[in-house]
Design a protein around this ligand. Structure first.
Ligand code: HEM
Length: 392
């Protein structure tokens, strides 16, 4: 393929997804860019290539889809994620205003109260499943409440986003098993995004205010509430779950956090670097790209291994070490450039508050059985993580 080395590895195969890090090391060793033979696409796994590619939106475009299979022309054009400037700017502006640092400050009090309630309940239980009872339960309460979504039926949110994130990969068995439940949740998701279904004074209603002011249409408002539900839940659930697992597997790091709860925000950031919830996204080249002594032709799919960039020893000192004091700034777990996660303030707020509360009130977290992975074509997360906690 145009003078570029290739790999037979399948990054969407169950073995690869179960423990991708040794494979990432092998892929980085191939060179700055390589082809994935099985899918006939190009890929990059080093920080020095992935981070600039994320920022170079003119060359590595999102408008032809951030999945393997491009956009379905029968579906309405998205207003965020899979869209390029100038069309990207309007939706991004409205979402950015809705998810601003000022808004995060207003949500802090409620999110903190819920974190206290959740941790008290878990200390009383002593032993529990840290995925369902904590990593899922906390974000599934605070975030949909903030958007203004009704309390019943929220389990459909996970089915829906699991399906969407799977759809960015190939039509493999993993994708197939999420299809039925995901599609069944779709109409409920759209109902929740309607103006009449949202609570007053909610983030969802802030989007409709932009419609009232003529900045976007009513139809566009509905389609801008939806990304909250698609991109804002499973990602945070997996970020909290993966960080919890890292803390449970590294008791010395948990001890540091327990003694200095003010490290909570940093520990969560390090969790996002160390075991990134979003592992990969595709881009499409808009022109021939000369790279690594070869050429990626125009209009080709390129897979960006963000989670591999976050473990690249050329960028990070001892990258395979989970270190709650590390300065993890610059990781690409939230992406980079114009599509960098618009919800990162909210995700960080949730991480800071739940890990801060745990750190203050829990002396130790022990695994009581082997955790189980939940495989997804783009996300890295857990199915279950039985733990026991000891109160401080
Ligand atoms: C974009 C990760 C939480 C909404 C992104 C991207 C990543 C990411 C990697 C970049 C996509 C790309 O470059 O193609 C995460 C992680 C989260 C998280 C790891 C939690 C730990 C959230 C939350 C929301 C959200 C809470 C809230 C609504 C979005 C949206 C985009 C995005 C709308 C598209 C932005 C654009 O195209 O301009 N996220 N996200 N995410 N995220 Fe997040």
């Amino acid at each position: 393929m145009s003078g570029i080395a290739s790999s037979p590895l399948d990054p969407f195969a169950p073995d690869f997804l179960t423990d991708p890090y040794p494979a990432y090391e092998a892929l980085r060793a191939i060179g700055p860019v390589f082809a994935l033979e099985r899918y006939g696409v190009w890929a990059m796994a080093g920080y020095a290539e992935v981070e600039p590619a994320l920022k170079d939106w003119k060359t590595f475009i999102s408008g032809e889809g951030v999945g393997l299979n491009g956009m379905n022309p029968a579906l309405p054009k998205p207003l965020t994620l899979q869209i390029d400037p100038p069309d990207h700017d309007k939706g991004r502006r409205v979402l950015g205003r809705t998810l601003s640092p000022g808004v995060a400050r207003k949500l802090r009090k409620t999110f903190q109260k819920e974190a206290e309630k959740k941790v008290s309940e878990l200390i009383d239980k002593g032993s529990f499943d840290a995925v369902t009872d904590l990593a899922e339960a906390y974000p599934m309460k605070v975030f949909p409440d903030a958007i203004g979504i009704r309390p019943d039926g929220r389990e459909k949110l996970l089915a829906w986003s699991t399906f969407v994130f799977n759809s960015f990969g190939p039509e493999n068995e993993i994708f197939a098993t999420s299809r039925q439940e995901g599609l069944a949740a779709q109409s409920w998701i759209m109902e929740c995004c309607a103006r009449d279904a949202l609570q007053p004074d909610s983030l969802g209603m802030m989007i409709y205010q932009a419609a009232d002011e003529g900045e976007i249409t009513e139809h566009e408002a509905t389609h801008l509430v939806r990304p909250f539900l698609t991109a804002g839940i499973d990602t945070t659930v997996n970020g909290i779950g993966n960080t919890l697992l890292a803390l449970a597997m590294h008791p010395d790091e948990y001890r540091k956090l327990h003694h200095r709860p003010e490290l909570a925000r940093n520990a969560f950031e390090e969790g996002l670097r160390y075991d990134s919830p979003v592992q990969t996204f595709f881009r499409t080249t808009s022109r021939n790209v000369e790279i690594g002594g070869g050429v990626i032709p125009a209009h080709r799919k390129v897979l960006l291994f963000m989670a591999s960039a976050n473990r690249d020893p050329a960028r990070w000192d001892k990258p395979d070490r989970f270190d709650v004091e590390r300065v993890a700034t610059g990781h690409v777990g939230f992406g980079a450039g114009i599509h960098a996660c618009v919800g990162q303030m909210i995700a960080r707020l949730e991480g800071e508050l739940i890990f801060g509360e745990l750190a203050r009130r829990v002396k130790s977290i022990e695994l009581t059985a082997e955790p189980k992975r939940r495989l997804n074509n783009s996300l890295r997360g857990l199915e279950s993580m039985p733990v026991r906690v000891t109160a401080a």
